[in-house]
Write a protein that binds this ligand. Structure first.
Ligand code: PMP
Length: 278
């Protein structure tokens, strides 16, 4: 925290931190595989973009954050899981107008263990439901305003499925914490980048790897009908990688089993990640 290392018990922030009071903060989650960070440079670039968009002071160096994360991974003996980075606007008298405050940002970084390569959901697929997208309109900025996503995820689990897909005006945006892809007429399709969705690092890696492997891929709007009738559906995220969806709103996707195309994309993604980390 702020350049110092603390145990989980000792680490604490002020109740006047704007991250706590206003969700005035941004974050990144980077997967850790075999003790190495996956696509850290891309995550750092997105962190800087998020900070810039919120006019949050930052003079952070990629290498500094990298070294802190490496040390945390080592100290916590983390082999597989994630590194979480959060930057808030810092501590100030509670005031909607932050222009007056000259506080230093609060930086918190921690690790978490998580099964990624052997995540059972990658092998059996997940079930999802569609729900209205109730978030603010700048979802391209990775802020910690995650209440709508958290409610959507909890609602899904209460309904006996795994996750929610956020829908706006009849078109799908993304998962509660993932980007969405469908396979329609043999072509891979994902919603185009806009303020409506987060530009996922895994999303862009998957697009790049698909193109490299001559798999046809399009970025365009997807309506709910296309989703329901898709041959295959999958979600991507830093810690979920490529997650097959086998049921949407109680209906089977395809024959209800993981499709060949998703399997192929999972394989390509894993191969490329392993290559990058080697
Ligand atoms: N969309 C949302 C809303 C998310 O929370 C996430 C995960 N942070 C993603 C997409 C996937 O992004 P990434 O691949 O960078 O994890």
């Amino acid at each position: 925290m702020n350049g110092k290392f603390f145990s989980k018990k000792e680490a604490s922030i002020s109740v006047f931190d704007r991250g706590f009071l206003f969700s005035d903060s941004v974050y990144e989650v980077t997967a850790v595989i075999g003790g190495s960070l996956v696509d850290w440079q891309e995550h750092f670039a997105r962190l800087i973009r998020s900070l810039d968009h919120l006019d949050l002071v930052n003079n952070f160096q990629e290498e500094d954050f990298y070294q802190i994360q490496k040390k945390l991974i080592k100290e916590n003996e983390l082999k597989e899981g994630l590194c979480y980075v959060q930057v808030t606007r810092g501590v100030a008298e509670r005031d909607f107008n932050f222009a007056k405050s000259s506080s230093l940002p609060t930086v918190v970084i921690f690790t978490q263990e998580k099964l990624i390569l052997s995540n059972p959901a990658c092998k059996v697929g997940i079930k999802i439901i569609t729900v209205p997208d109730n978030r603010w309109r700048r979802r391209d900025i990775k802020t910690t305003q995650l209440l709508a996503q958290s409610l959507a995820k909890t609602h899904a689990v209460k309904k006996g499925v795994d996750d929610s897909l956020l829908v706006q005006d009849g078109f799908i945006n993304e998962g509660s914490s993932s980007n969405a892809f469908i396979i329609k007429d043999e072509c891979i399709v994902t919603p185009c980048l806009s303020n409506d969705i987060l530009g996922g690092i895994t999303r862009s890696a998957v697009i790049k790897f698909c193109k490299k492997n001559n798999l046809e891929i399009k970025e365009q709007k997807i309506n709910v009908n296309d989703l329901i009738n898709a041959q295959e559906v999958f979600l991507t995220s830093a810690t979920g990688f490529v997650l097959p969806v086998i049921e949407v709103d109680g209906r089977r996707v395809g024959n209800g089993l993981i499709g060949d195309r998703v399997r192929e994309i999972q394989k390509i993604y894993l191969e490329q990640i392993k290559l990058k980390l080697s």
